[in-house]
Design a protein around this ligand. Structure first.
Ligand SMILES: Cc1cc2nc3c(=O)[nH]c(=O)nc-3n(C[C@H](O)[C@H](O)[C@H](O)COP(=O)(O)O)c2cc1C
Length: 364
């Protein structure tokens, strides 16, 4: 059975590792527990050794001592502290846990990390950079700031630790390990969805996957800019589903009124083009969509004949594209669908977009 090293750091969720490890074993993993020296204060090492059948290691061995653990096929960092995430992102190896993790990166082993800083530490600019760095190396980082405990909170919010999600991602990892002399990991394709999440793909990488990284924004028609940053948000101006023709002029490839000239499917296609333009406009101002923390709100206007009532289905063409680029967690957004009696140039759809910028770039 493949060997999973569960690497524990000095955070409260480490106390709940015995039940989690029992679950992993029933999923088909051989589990070995490794702890940072700080982690030992939080976990029950004797109980974990009993469950796993292996000693819980936390120090580098002496040169003459033999290895006591079987080699790892995958690793999970549970919980990953602020401290360990930042040190790991810099390649520091001053604990056995970090040494193993750094080696695992070099070996290309699958690694899943569940960082658990408090909400204030998670806003530290170095932490955001560290997480981005780990993701760039291929580490699957399970992190949603809304899960995290407030500074000084005891218990309460810690129930949000993503035990189930972590176990699901590790079960998926298990299915991607192929037996050979050592287990070989079939990495998911870039942008693949694992248990409902698009893994380790930045919005900019998603644009490349979708062939949208070269899209130029439509020329502004009027005295306005593509978007304005304000109060941590980025407000993108309204636009239509235009495309550039060979001369660089904007034209509408789909025109007409929903419920009279166009099918819902054609409306969806136009809405997708609107979203592509909105992202190109945001990108023109921001430089990179990787500066976006999440998509907040889409307001869509659908050119509708009287009685047409399927604006939500039409606007899904825009919403689906946004979720494809930003993933479920960052891309899912609030939305308003508005019915319009007319739009200029027989445009089927218009929309505007609000984005939240990452904390570390809001002040740029
Ligand atoms: C009671 C207590 C709870 C803590 N909980 C966390 C936590 O949940 N997340 C975290 O990042 N650090 C937490 N810390 C701080 C870490 O234990 C500390 O930064 C330590 O140096 C981490 O070392 P390590 O990364 O080598 O495990 C906590 C500290 C204490 C005293």
């Amino acid at each position: 059975m493949p060997v999973l090293y569960v690497i524990a750091c000095g955070g409260r969720p480490a106390a709940d590792l015995p039940a989690f490890v029992e679950g992993l074993r029933s999923d088909g993993w051989t589990v070995c527990a490794v702890s940072t020296p700080s982690g030992l204060k939080f976990l029950d090492a004797a109980r974990l050794a009993e469950i796993t059948g292996h000693p819980v290691r936390s120090d580098y061995k002496r040169p003459e001592e033999p290895d006591v653990l079987p080699p790892a096929d995958a690793m999970a960092v549970v919980p990953a502290t602020f401290n360990t995430v930042n040190k790991w992102a810099h390649g520091t190896s001053d604990t056995l846990a970090l040494g193993l993790l750094n080696e695992a990166v070099g070996l290309g082993l699958p690694i899943v990390a569940a960082p658990w800083p408090n909400a204030a530490l998670a806003r530290h600019p170095v932490f955001a950079r560290s997480v981005a760095e780990l993701r760039a190396w291929g580490v699957t980082v399970l992190l949603d700031p809304s899960w995290l405990p407030a500074p000084g909170s005891e218990g309460g919010a810690e129930r949000a630790f993503p035990w189930t999600r972590l176990r699901d991602v590790l079960a998926d990892t298990l299915t991607r390990l192929e037996p050979s002399s050592a287990w070989r990991f079939r990495a998911p394709a870039r942008g693949a969805k694992i248990v409902g999440m698009t893994i380790n793909e930045s919005p900019e990488q998603a644009l490349v996957r979708l062939g949208l990284d070269g899209v130029k924004p439509p020329d502004p028609v009027g005295r306005f800019v593509y978007g304005v940053p304000a109060g941590g948000f980025f407000f993108v101006s309204g636009t239509y589903g235009t495309r550039k023709d060979a001369d660089g002029r904007d034209h509408l490839p789909i025109t007409g009124k929903l419920g009279r000239d166009l099918t819902v499917e054609e409306g969806r296609a136009s809405a997708r083009l609107v979203a592509i333009n909105l992202l190109a406009m945001a990108r023109a101002e921001l430089g990179s969509l990787d500066r976006v923390a999440r998509v907040v709100r889409l307001a869509g206007y659908v050119n509708s004949a009287p009685g047409f009532a399927e604006a939500p289905a039409v606007l899904n063409g825009a919403s689906d594209l946004l979720i494809d680029v930003f993933g479920e967690e960052l891309g899912t957004h609030a939305r308003i669908a508005l019915y319009q009696p007319d739009l200029p140039g027989e445009a089927p759809v218009a929309a505007e977009l609000t984005l939240l910028l990452r904390d570390d770039v809001q002040s740029d």
